[in-house]
Design a protein around this ligand. Structure first.
Ligand SMILES: Cc1ncc(COP(=O)(O)O)c(C=O)c1O
Length: 420
C-alpha cells in the first residue's frame, strides 16, 4: 500500500492522539530505518528510548523467533522459565529483591504508586498515602500517572485528578522537606528527567532524597523508564548518584522493542503485595521476557562503556555548536540521553532533519532530544552534527538583520525551505 493511502486510512481509523510525521516506516536495522518510498533515515529517537540496541538486534530477533515457536502467552496463573530468568537478571543487576511485571512505563508506575500506598497503610495506618513528585516530571498517561506527573499540560481536560500527590521543584531538597507531612508516604522521581527537557540534578540530590526518606520513613521510588537499560552509560542511572531507591520502574527498552514493564522493589516493601493485590494479564509473558532476557544480556560492559564514550563525544560536538550559535541556550544530559535547548520552538528543526534523513525528537517545545541507539558510531554522530550546523547557520544568517525569536514566539522555518 502506498504511503499516502496509509496516511489517509490512519487519519480515518486511528484515534487522533499523535502528531505524526508524514512518513511510513517499513524496515529498521541498527541505527537506520527506511520508509515505504525507500528513503533511508538515521534514527536518533530509537522509538523514544526503546531501541537501545538498535533496530532488530540479532540476539533479540533470534530469541523472539525461538520463543514464538514454543509458547507465546500463558497466564500468570502458571510459572514460566523466561519470566523467572528475566526477574533473576533484573534482581542480580539492581538493588531489588522482587519484580512485578506489566506492559508499559505507566503501568509500572501505577504498580509503584499502589505498592507505596499499600506498604504505608500496612505499616503506618490509613492516613498515609501522599506521594511527592517533581515539576517537569513525566510518569505516564493513565489517570494515576498523569496525577503524579507535575505538568499541567497533561492534566487539562481530565480533571478531577487522583488526589494524593504533592508537587515540588526538581533538584530542590528544602522544597521536599517543606511539604512532608503526616500523610506523606513516598517520594517519586526520575533520576534524570526525560520528557521534561533532559534535566540532570546535582550530584547529591538523589542521596539527599534517600536521607530524607530514611529519616521520615518514606519510600523512595525511582522512575527509570527512560534512563534505565544502559541509556546513560550505566545499567541504571541511579548508579551515578551513589544511592539506590526502595522501588524502581522500568519499561521502554526493557524488552528490546517488545512491550514490557517492570516494578522492582526491596523485599520489605514487596511483602505488602500478596496474591490478589495487583495483577496483569500480559505482564511478563514468555515472548516479552524471552526478548527482554536477550536484550539484557546484550547490554554488556562493552555496550555501556561505548555508550558513555559516544555520549561524551556527542555532547562535546553539540557544545561546540553552542559556542558558535548564541540561540543555543544549553547542552545537557548523561550518556546517550542528551538535550539541546534553543531559545525558540524547535519543531521546525526536527522537520528539517527529517527531510534530510535524520529522525530527532523535540520535547518541552524548545529542547531537541537525542536518544540514539547505544551502538551508534562517532562518524554517524558527525553526520548529524554537519546537518545541524548547516541548519543553525541558515537560521543565524536569516536572522542577522532581525533579532532571533524568543519567548513563546513561533519561529517559522517555511521561509528557509528551498534553501536548506
Ligand atoms: C520517565 C517515564 N516514565 C513513564 C513513562 C510512560 O511510559 P509508557 O509510555 O510506556 O506508559 C515514560 C514515557 O515516556 C517516561 O519517560
Amino acid at each position: 500500500m502506498k504511503r499516502d493511502k496509509i496516511i489517509e486510512l490512519s487519519n480515518k481509523c486511528i484515534a487522533n492522539t499523535y502528531n505524526r510525521y508524514p512518513i511510513t516506516l517499513v524496515k529498521g536495522r541498527g541505527l537506520k530505518v527506511w520508509d515505504s518510498e525507500g528513503k533511508e533515515y538515521y534514527d536518533f529517537v530509537s522509538g523514544i528510548g526503546v531501541n537501545n540496541l538498535g533496530h532488530c538486534h540479532p540476539q533479540v530477533v533470534e530469541a523472539i523467533k525461538k520463543q514464538v515457536g514454543e509458547l507465546i502467552h500463558t497466564s500468570n496463573l502458571y510459572y514460566t522459565l523466561p519470566q523467572v530468568e528475566m526477574a533473576k537478571l533484573l534482581t542480580k543487576k539492581s538493588f531489588a529483591d522482587k519484580v512485578f511485571f506489566c506492559n508499559s512505563g505507566a503501568e509500572a508506575n501505577e504498580a509503584a504508586i499502589k505498592l507505596a500506598r499499600k506498604y504505608s497503610k500496612d505499616h503506618y495506618g490509613e492516613d498515609r498515602y501522599e506521594i511527592i513528585t517533581m515539576y517537569q516530571s513525566f510518569h505516564g498517561r493513565t489517570i494515576a500517572t498523569i496525577s503524579a506527573t507535575a505538568q499541567e499540560r497533561f492534566h487539562k481536560g481530565f480533571e478531577p485528578l487522583l488526589s494524593g500527590f504533592r508537587y515540588v521543584p526538581f533538584n530542590d531538597l528544602p522544597a521536599v522537606e517543606k511539604v512532608i507531612n503526616s500523610r506523606t508516604c513516598a517520594i517519586m522521581v526520575e533520576p534524570i528527567q526525560g520528557e521534561g527537557g533532559i534535566n540532570v540534578p546535582d550530584k547529591d540530590y538523589l542521596k539527599g532524597l534517600r536521607e530524607i526518606c530514611f529519616s521520615k520513613r518514606l519510600l523512595l521510588i525511582f522512575d527509570e523508564v527512560q534512563t534505565g537499560m544502559g541509556r546513560t552509560g550505566k545499567f541504571f542511572a541511579y548508579e551515578y548518584f551513589g544511592t539506590s531507591p526502595d522501588i524502581m520502574t522500568l519499561s521502554k527498552s526493557l524488552g528490546g522493542g517488545i512491550a514490557i514493564g517492570a516494578m522492582l522493589s526491596r523485599e520489605e516493601a514487596a511483602s505488602s503485595f500478596t496474591p490478589g493485590s495487583h495483577a496483569s494479564t500480559f505482564g511478563g509473558n514468555p515472548l516479552a521476557c524471552a526478548a527482554g532476557v536477550a536484550a539484557m544480556k546484550a547490554i554488556d560492559k562493552n555496550v555501556l562503556s561505548h555508550c558513555k564514550r559516544m555520549g561524551d563525544y556527542f555532547t562535546r560536538r553539540l557544545k561546540k555548536l553552542k559556542d558558535k550559535y548564541s540561540f543555543i541556550m544549553s547542552v545537557r544530559g548523561t550518556g546517550l540521553m542528551i538535550g539541546l535547548e534553543l531559545n525558540f520552538p524547535a519543531s521546525g528543526i526536527t522537520e528539517e532533519c527529517l527531510k534530510r534523513g535524520f529522525l530527532i525528537n523535540c520535547t518541552m517545545e524548545r529542547v531537541l532530544r537525542f536518544l540514539p541507539p547505544l551502538i551508534i558510531k562517532a562518524k554517524e554522530i558527525d553526520k548529524l552534527i554537519v546537518v545541524l550546523d548547516d541548519i543553525f547557520e541558515k537560521i543565524k544568517n536569516k536572522d542577522s538583520s532581525h533579532p532571533l525569536p524568543s519567548g513563546s514566539e513561533k519561529f517559522s522555518f517555511s521561509s528557509l525551505r528551498g534553501h536548506v
